[in-house]
Design a protein around this ligand. Structure first.
Ligand code: NAP
Length: 292
């Protein structure tokens, strides 16, 4: 892939900006497309692309298009650009949910070369000013090909994802949505519940003391409560069936763990010891998930 290999990124926010940063200096011709002049100016200041535009027509010569808009804008954006790009152009996205998008594309009566994607990396911030260098280094990147995509295109996209430092994982879109409910969307809801509960704790004196004393443990367990509300709403509402099922299962687990507090100290230590050692073996010292 060379400088005449044109890649367009639509939606230059936290993820779109990070995709451009990850592909920059890799000898591609990069086009950054976003709606607002303010965002385009910020992207220019950061020197993220070779061309900038607020016009979706600019994807015309792209070989690959990354759609990095909010979740609820992915399908409308596919609808616009599928009529503009050439048939061999690969369209992919980065949305945190895959099932409803793949259903939509697979139900088309005409071919659309779409391969769903979801980089398992991000932060609670929003906007291009929070885009991150090397965000995808050693991260997992889920790919969910539509029925229209062929093996060659999948290989090409995998190669690009590898260029960005990430490892690809192929998944069924509905399995993906169930899995991310467990490790991303339910934790987001729990983090909001924990912070919401404590910040409204009925005993004002204890509440103020607790919030004053809260340090890194509370900060880490409630980090997701500060997630960009538009993204949080889209993930929780669109994936509510899976999130509710996960919350129900967690309540059962918690009820058992609460009962286990009545065991003798040795038995209870054994239970939490097993949990602690599994958790420790999952992440490298620099915080990356090392499970293959
Ligand atoms: P973000 O920072 O708010 O970025 C979204 C960008 O899309 C905005 O900067 C906005 O720019 C642009 N945009 C909105 N509607 C558009 C449209 N119709 N056409 C063109 N551009 C449009 O949000 P984000 O966190 O990057 O999330 C983007 C996607 O990444 C979502 O689908 C999300 O599920 C996925 N994702 C997020 C994370 C995370 O941790 N944040 C992780 C993995 C995946 P303008 O100012 O130009 O409107």
């Amino acid at each position: 892939m060379t400088k005449d290999f044109v890649i367009a990124v639509i939606g230059i926010g936290l993820i779109g900006g990070s995709v451009l940063k990850a592909l920059n200096h890799k000898n591609f011709h990069l086009i950054g497309i976003s709606r607002s002049e303010g965002t385009l100016n910020k992207a220019k200041e950061l020197n993220l692309a070779d061309e900038y535009s607020n016009n979706p027509e600019s994807v015309k010569n792209a070989k690959v298009v990354f759609i990095c808009t909010p979740i609820n804008q992915i399908i409308p954006t596919i609808e616009i650009i599928r009529k503009i790009v050439s048939p061999d152009c690969i369209i992919t996205d980065v949305a945190s949910l895959k099932g409803f998008i793949l259903d939509y594309v697979n139900d088309y009566h005409f071919p659309t070369n779409f391969i769903g994607g979801h980089p398992m990396a991000g932060t609670e911030n929003k906007g291009v000013e929070y885009s991150v260098d090397n965000l995808f280094e050693n991260a997992k990147w889920v790919l969910t090909p539509s029925k229209w995509a062929d093996t060659e295109d999948l290989k090409k996209l995998e190669e690009l994802v590898h260029f960005m430092g990430a490892k690809t994982i192929l998944a069924d879109p509905y399995d993906h949505d169930k899995a991310v409910a467990l490790i991303s969307h339910m934790p987001l809801l729990l983090s909001q519940a924990l912070f919401g509960f404590i910040s409204q704790y009925p005993d004002g004196g204890i509440r103020e003391l607790a919030l004053k004393l809260a340090s890194s443990g509370f900060r880490d367990t409630t980090r997701l409560a500060a997630t960009n509300p538009e993204l949080a709403k889209d993930m929780l509402v669109q994936n509510k069936l899976n999130v509710r099922e996960a919350v129900g299962d967690l309540i059962n687990y918690l009820t058992h763990l609460d009962r286990d507090l009545n065991l003798n100290e040795e038995e209870f230590t054994d239970i939490i010891q097993k949990i602690a050692s599994k958790r420790k073996s999952m992440y490298s010292p620099d915080g990356k998930n090392i499970l293959k």
